[in-house]
Design a binder for this molecule. Structure first.
Ligand code: RBF
Length: 156
């Protein structure tokens, strides 16, 4: 597993990353941690980590807080689209661990406050996707084994 966290709004992303790491640790999964400058850099970092083939899950962590300009909309749209595209391109599980909030209070509530820890929840989603991938792989192995048995029964 890898966690890559944006340093913008570090007060929030540190807590999200800590939640993700604690969840992985509780599941017995080893994690490498990385940081990038801001959320905009997350898709490129996730792609670079996915290219290594070393990780079955890569959890991007960021916190976008709406400001006075439309900047937030551009970054939020680009990052969510970028991460979704990567999750469909690479076999690694890539959840969406980026908060998109109107206020800092909303972000704090979702980083270990009243609304839970969305970093921990992203890691849970990634672990679930890894388990799903394994279940799919083992069911395919089972069905190709039974297809082989059926064909050898027919030919013998
Ligand atoms: N990065 C974040 O992760 N969260 C933010 O709320 C955020 N707000 C930004 C607002 C402005 C006006 C700018 C210029 C950048 C912001 N960034 C933010 C940083 C951005 O994701 C990226 O790191 C930089 O634009 C450098 O590519």
């Amino acid at each position: 597993m890898a966690v890559v966290a944006a340093r913008w709004n570090a007060e929030i992303t540190d807590r999200l990353a800590a939640g993700a790491l604690a969840t992985a640790r509780d599941a017995g999964a080893a994690v490498d941690s990385f940081t990038v400058a801001g959320s905009f850099e997350l898709p490129a970092a996730v792609a670079a980590l996915a290219d290594t083939g070393d990780y079955d899950a890569i959890v991007p962590i960021g916190c976008l807080i709406k400001g006075d300009t439309p900047h937030f909309e551009y970054i939020a749209g680009a990052v969510s689209r970028g991460l979704m595209d990567l999750s469909l391109t690479y076999p690694a599980a890539i959840p969406f661990g980026v908060l998109t909030c109107n206020t800092a209070a909303q972000a704090r509530a979702r980083a270990g406050g009243r609304m839970g820890n969305k970093g921990a929840e992203s890691m849970e989603a990634a672990l679930e996707m890894v388990a799903l991938q394994r279940a799919i792989a083992s069911s395919r192995r089972r069905s190709s084994r039974s297809a082989r048995t059926a064909s050898s029964t027919r030919t013998s």
